[in-house]
Design a protein. Structure first.
Length: 222
């Protein structure tokens, strides 16, 4: 029987070694990373499951989670942490973590949660274009690993342009496909593009204006 390949990111030597032994004894092939740098160096194509501690000596687990997602990892991800505030759980889940387990925990619960995660259907839809990462399932977009606070319409607008990267898209086409209406005036598109650029910050040049023709998404920042 093939062993599930799991990346365990835990800086506590005793806990890390204990969990690695327990997981190995239950049929997992474990790669143990002691810090964020080792976790970021992991080959995502070789992984099927990630367990990551929130607090690490050289960064935090949320950053590791986001970077792994951007690198193409779409498997289940479980966050371990001593934080137990609702806002912390919400933040972790919003940033691509699939489940959350507060310390201290029982090993039996950890194993049960992993089994439940592995029974879930695969994550659907992730796309990377330049510094942007789209989580199509949760409808989130990240720029350089940072979650952008975009509206539903701004998300749809950016996604439409990015899917046509390198092509000039007219305002009329955007109105027909993003707004699905011919009653919206072109000025509405300009307003939304302006707001989107503000939220993109240093990546604003990814959406450029083609004078007299419309807009074009770039794959690199100027």
């Amino acid at each position: 029987m093939q062993r599930v390949r799991v990346l365990l990111v835990e800086d506590d030597p005793k806990l890390g070694d204990l969990l690695a032994r327990v997981l190995s004894s239950h049929g997992y092939a474990v790669t143990l990373a002691r810090n964020a740098a080792e976790a970021r160096a992991a080959q995502t194509t070789q992984l099927e499951l990630v367990i990551v501690d929130w607090m690490l000596p050289d960064g935090d687990g949320l950053d590791v989670a986001v970077r792994l997602r951007r690198a193409g990892f779409e498997g289940p991800m479980l966050m371990l942490t001593a934080r137990d505030q609702t806002k912390d759980r919400v933040q972790a889940l919003d940033l691509g973590v699939d489940d959350y387990l507060s310390k201290p925990f029982a090993v039996s619960e950890l194993l049960a949660r992993l089994r439940a995660l592995l029974r879930r259907p695969p994550r659907l839809g992730a796309m990377d274009v330049g510094p942007l990462h789209f989580d199509l399932l949760r409808r989130h977009v990240f720029a350089d690993g940072r979650l952008l606070e975009v509206t539903t319409r701004e998300f749809d607008l950016l996604l439409y342009l990015v899917r046509r990267s390198g092509e000039t898209v007219s305002k009329v086409e955007l109105i027909e496909n993003v707004w699905d209406s011919d009653e919206i005036v072109p000025n509405v598109v300009e307003v939304h593009v302006s707001r989107l650029r503000d939220k993109l910050g240093k990546n604003a040049s990814l959406v450029e204006t083609v004078r007299g023709a419309g807009y074009r998404a770039r794959t690199e920042v100027k």
